[in-house]
Structure formats: C-alpha cells, structure tokens
Design a protein around this ligand. Structure first.
Ligand code: NAD
Ligand code: LMR
Length: 328
C-alpha cells in the first residue's frame, strides 16, 4: 500500500500533480494539504474512478498531522513562484520558512517517508529540510530529494532534433549540479544513445536548459512560473521513487541529494567541494541507493560550466543551512 501526500496541493503545480498521482494505479491513498482550498480540490479529484482514496486537509484540526501520518512519499510544491525580474533566490525569504515548517511536520509525523522538495530555491530549501530533519534526529539522506527532473525533461525536449528520438524522453541526458541558472549543468557529452550537438548550437542549448524557467516566467507575464511541465516532471520522479521502493531494479534519475549520506556520494562531494549536488542516483527500496559519479572525462566546456555551478551552489547551500542553524 502506498500513501502519497502533496503539501501545497491547491497551487499551480499542486493541482495537476495531485491529478497525476490520483490517476496513478501505484498510489493507494492520496492526502492533499494546503493552507487554502484543499477540501474543494480533494472533492473534485475524488470523483475520478481510480485506485487512490483521497482526502484533503487544511491547517486547522491538526490537518498537517492527519495528512502526513502513514505517508510513504511526500511531495512539496508549497511556496510562492517567481514573477518576471525575480531570481529563484528572491523566493528564499518566504519559501525558506514554509519549507522549514513543513519539514518539521515531516520530522514529527512521517519521518520515514521519501520527501521530494519542489519548492524554490531548491538549492537552499533541500539543505533547510535536511537541517530540520537532522535537528529532530530523523535525517535519512537516502530519503530526501530535491526535484531537478524538470531540467532533465527540458534537456530531452530541447535536444530532440539532435537525439532523433520520436519520444524525446527515450534519450538519457544527465543534467547535474543544482536547480537555478548557472548551477544547472547539462552534460551533453554523456548522452545515451550517443548523439552530437553541433558546435555552433552548443552555447545556446546549454543556456536554454539553464534558463528554461525564465522562458515560462516571461510568457506567463506575472501569473507565475512553470506549473504543468513541473507537475509532469514531479510526477515522473515520484513514480520512479515509488517503483524503486516496490522493488523495480535499474531506475536511475538525476536528483539533488546530500552526498555524504548516500553511498558513492563522498567521492562526488570530494570532487566538487559541496555536500548537496544533483547527480544520477540509482533508486531502490530504501530510496537513494547509490550516487553515480559521472564527472570523469567531461569536456573542457563542461568543466567550465561545473566551476561556475559549484561557485553558485556553495552560497545557496550555506544560506539554507544557516537559516536553520542561526534563524534570522
Ligand atoms: P502557487 O502559488 O501556484 O502554489 C503554491 C501553493 O502553496 C499555494 O496553493 C499555497 O496556498 C501553498 N502554500 C503556501 N504556504 C503553504 C504552507 N505553509 N503549507 C502548505 N501550502 C502552502 O505556486 P506554484 O506555481 O505551484 O509553485 C510552487 C513552488 O514550486 C514555487 O516555489 C516555485 O518556484 C517552485 N517550482 C519549482 C520547480 C522545480 O523544478 N523544482 C519548478 C517549478 C516551480
Ligand atoms: C523552473 O525551472 O521552471 C522553476 O524552477 C520555476 C522558476 O522559477 O523558473
């Protein structure tokens, strides 16, 4: 039996993500939590003739406790999105506190659940969640994931003309590092099945993967950021975690993890100098079974991208850790 929980379920991502989870036969129970509108969203989804039993909770009447109790997987898209002109780091002020408080709830009511953080800035909110879980004495790094799948999905889409795949998701394109601008590093030299990006298109494609989020923010013109593609990506990652937990072998997805706590991660932490990093991770019954090091043999161009990534990532991670250790 799998109980999935969405925290921030009434939002732009939360609603379509909840729809996808409700329709997924791998989910037996689905609990929706938000500060607004969950009774309506849950009532609406409850009419869908799928496996999952659904319930909706608000903060009143211990809603967070009831939503989280018995959870196997918790997905967090709670928090404000960007408007044009903002960076993801500009969201820190509000979203840091939201993620901290929800992580406290997870520490108390569902410490063994797989926790998938979507809320931005991911480079800081995942360290925040880790610090909260650590402080509560329940941190299992194999069970905490920053969701960077949208970067992978974008890379698959934007390179389709070169990968030649009818279904662009058939290409495996590692995107590593973090989830904002220059911290996002597509490794086009490591794609499989192998294909080449023409030299005169390389910079533009890297830039499009790194700043794909801005395209959507600009097009939505003040109405938010990516929601539907994120719900798709978040569901894809959640489904991978659930399938691996059920025993399916060979599932590998890039995700932002605490390296020292995941087998194989120490080597990557040593090479990068950061503790949190998105890298392909082999998933299994206990979550992140192995962090796979694909840094060897990268091209000079990719090495430069990695240097810029690590520089930015360090500050983002420290900011998140500091927020919990020395609250403002
Ligand atoms: P949204 O404003 O449409 O929805 C956010 C929801 O969170 C709202 O329903 C709001 O009521 C709820 N919320 C606020 N405080 C809460 C709390 N304390 N507890 C529970 N729910 C709470 O925003 P959105 O477009 O769905 O985006 C949500 C977040 O996801 C943003 O931070 C955005 O930047 C981020 N995001 C991340 C990625 C990624 O790749 N990781 C992609 C897209 C968006
Ligand atoms: C994205 O990559 O689309 C998200 O992180 C949302 C954003 O702010 O761009």
């Amino acid at each position: 039996m799998v109980k999935a929980v969405v925290l921030g379920a009434s939002g732009g991502i939360g609603q379509p993500l909840s729809l996808l989870l409700k329709a997924c036969p791998l989910v037996d129970e689905l609990a929706l939590y938000d500060v607004v509108n969950t009774p309506g969203v849950a009532a609406d989804l409850s009419h869908i003739s799928s496996v999952a039993k659904i319930s909706g909770y608000l903060p009143k009447d211990d809603g967070l406790k009831h939503a989280l109790t018995g959870a196997d997987i918790v997905v967090i898209p709670a928090g404000i999105p960007r408007k044009p002109g903002m960076t993801r780091d500009d969201l820190f002020k509000i979203n840091a506190g939201i993620v901290r408080d929800l992580a406290k709830g997870i520490a108390e009511f569902s410490p063994k659940a797989f926790t998938l953080v979507i809320s931005n800035p991911v480079n800081s909110t995942v360290p925040i969640a880790a610090e909260v879980l650590k402080a509560a004495g329940v941190f299992d790094p194999k069970r905490l994931f920053g969701v960077t799948t949208l970067d992978v999905v974008r890379a698959e889409t934007f390179t389709q003309e070169f990968s030649g795949q009818k279904d662009p998701s058939e290409a495996t394109i590692p995107v590593i590092g973090g989830h904002s601008g220059e911290t996002i590093v597509p490794l086009f030299s490591k794609v499989s099945p192998n294909f080449q990006i023409p030299a005169d298109r390389y910079d533009a494609l890297v830039n499009r993967v790194q700043f794909g989020g801005d395209e959507v923010v600009k097009a939505k013109d003040g109405a938010g950021s990516a929601t539907l593609s994120m719900a798709y990506a978040g569901f894809r990652f959640a489904k991978a975690v659930i399938k691996a937990a059920k025993g399916e072998k060979g599932i590998v997805e890039p995700t932002f993890v605490y390296l020292p706590g995941v087998p194989g991660g120490d080597e990557i932490a040593k090479a990068t100098g950061v503790d949190f990093f998105s890298t392909p991770v082999e998933l299994g019954p206990n979550g992140a079974e192995k962090a796979i090091n694909i840094l060897g043999g990268v091209t000079d161009q990719e090495q430069k991208l990695l240097e810029a990534c690590i520089k930015g990532l360090k500050g983002n991670i420290e900011k998140g850790v500091e927020f919990v250790k020395n609250p403002p």
